[in-house]
Design a protein around this ligand. Structure first.
Ligand code: SF4
Length: 73
């Protein structure tokens, strides 16, 4: 089982692309019904890498990271 899991509350995403700028390995922007939204390209991983920096950069705090099931952000 992966140590870290990540998800985005997509309804809250304002499409600012900060997460992709900070961590292009884990995020991409997608047009969803005419609105740009972030998509997590990795949802489970063993090394946190830049994902936490990206979550911290999100202006609406809609990126959530869990470590061993415990919410970190
Ligand atoms: S930083 Fe947050 S609001 Fe901005 S695109 Fe990424 S998930 Fe959406």
């Amino acid at each position: 089982m992966a140590k870290f899991k990540m998800n985005i509350t997509i309804e809250e995403c304002i499409g600012c692309a900060a997460c992709q700028a900070v961590c292009p390995d884990c995020f991409e922007m997608k047009d969803i019904n005419g609105e740009m939204k972030a998509k997590a390209t990795k949802q489970e991983f063993d090394e946190l890498g830049c994902a936490m920096d990206a979550a911290e950069s999100c202006p609406v705090n809609c990126i959530h990271i869990f470590e061993d099931g415990e919410k970190k952000i």
